[in-house]
Design a binder for this molecule. Structure first.
Ligand code: NAD
Ligand code: IPM
Ligand code: MN
Length: 351
């Protein structure tokens, strides 16, 4: 297994170190570190070198990423070119963000238990509000206008919806509950009418090919409410890039916070990129207190993607055991440092 590591900024390197500790305890792999980060950009003027995406695609089985974002680079240019660059240039159209609580103690909702928080967000990852298109006019005048273009293609919607339905057919939860898998699409076609309801039309067209699944639509605002009030009814949520970004931080909150949430930027058959949902957390950086579980669980997703679902299962079990024992960083009420939390997972891998 050849894995590229781009640890990035802030707590990115701190949590990634713990994921690599867990990796080392589980299996042999060749690890290559790439320095692309805010620090590297400030020192060299380079965000990501020419040919880097081709190299990642050619030479590696998968990529493990930390986080990007640094107060010294307020426009986030390096994050755009490195992180959004990987998503776009490697055509990683599915941002798969599981919302799975591993222990009751991690769930902040009054009326829900861990077993109620178990669904997966499929966030479209290459278009929408992340098109990079837009313009301003009349700068500094009262009539100043800013336009951010939210660009959606039929191909883009079709492939993320298909991925969501295919995944739903393999999802263990509905099988366990003895009901059909549910796929829910969230958009705002009640206001965003200029797009001709492309998401809504294409979602139901794709759904017709998956009669074994239940297809349903909700407006994104109502879904945010549902995620907090009755998360147990959800299996798979599919949505656009920007709603997916926001809803996945909400999803992180209900499974224990941003420190817990893993993700994968995936294109089946392509080299894919795995990273925690959280950012570089400048407020925590350098203090050794960030929660590494989101990064460690992202490594689990990476393993599953390269055919080692057994290792993902071991990681999920070990993290769950740590939560049960109160072996956590302070965001979850524990006393462990980032490194001690990584050690705790390693110690529980065989439990
Ligand atoms: P953030 O996710 O970095 O932090 C939000 C809050 O969650 C903070 O209070 C932080 O302390 C907490 N938090 C985050 N990760 C945690 C962890 N592992 N353990 C415990 N607590 C954790 O989001 P932000 O503050 O809005 O953004 C900071 C920077 O990160 C910005 O530059 C932003 O653009 C960037 N960012 C990058 C990514 C990414 O690389 N994928 C994701 C989100 C934000
Ligand atoms: C995420 C982040 C990124 C996004 C930022 C850092 C560009 O918030 O991975 O969720 O908006 O996608
Ligand atoms: Mn985000």
């Amino acid at each position: 297994m050849r894995i590229a590591v781009v640890a990035g900024d802030g707590i990115g390197p701190e949590v990634t170190r713990e994921a690599l500790k867990v990796l080392g305890a589980l299996t042999a792999a060749e690890i290559f570190f790439f320095p692309w980060s805010a620090e590297h950009f400030l020192k060299t003027g380079e965000t990501i070198p020419a040919g880097a995406f081709e190299r990642l695609a050619r030479d590696f089985d998968a990529v493990l990423v930390g986080a990007f974002g640094d107060p010294r680079i307020p426009d986030g240019r390096h994050a755009d070119e490195i992180l959004l660059g990987m998503r776009r240039r490697l055509d990683l159209y599915a941002n798969v963000r599981p919302v799975r609580a591993l222990h009751d103690s991690a769930v902040p909702l009054r009326n829900a238990r861990a077993s109620d928080v178990d669904f997966v967000i499929f966030r479209e990852n290459t278009e929408g509000a992340y098109s990079g298109r837009g313009r301003t006019a009349g700068a500094g005048t009262p009539d100043e206008e800013a336009v951010e273009e939210d660009v959606t293609t039929r191909r883009g919607v079709e492939r993320i919806c298909r991925a969501a339905f295919v995944f739903a057919g393999t999802f263990e939860k509905p099988r366990r509950l003895g009901r059909r898998p549910r796929v829910l699409m969230a958009d705002k076609h009640n206001v965003q009418k200029r797009g001709g309801g492309l998401w809504n039309r294409v979602f139901f067209e794709v759904a017709a090919a998956f009669p074994e699944c239940e297809a349903r639509h909700m407006f994104a605002d109502a879904l945010a409410h549902e995620m907090v009030r009755v998360p147990g009814g959800l299996d798979v949520v599919v949505t656009n890039n920007l709603f997916g970004d926001v809803l996945s931080d909400l999803g992180a909150a209900i499974q224990g916070g941003l420190g817990m949430a893993p993700s994968g930027n995936v294109h089946p058959g392509h080299v894919s990129v795995f990273e925690p949902v959280h950012g570089s957390a400048p407020d925590l950086a350098g203090r050794g207190i960030a929660n590494p579980f989101g990064s460690i669980r992202s490594l689990g997703m990476l393993f599953a993607h390269v055919g080692r679902a057994d290792l993902e299962t071991r990681i999920e079990r070990a993290v769950a055991a740590c939560l049960a024992a109160g072996e956590t960083t302070r965001d979850l009420g524990g006393k462990l440092s980032t490194a001690e939390a990584g050690d705790a997972v390693v110690a529980r891998l065989d439990g």
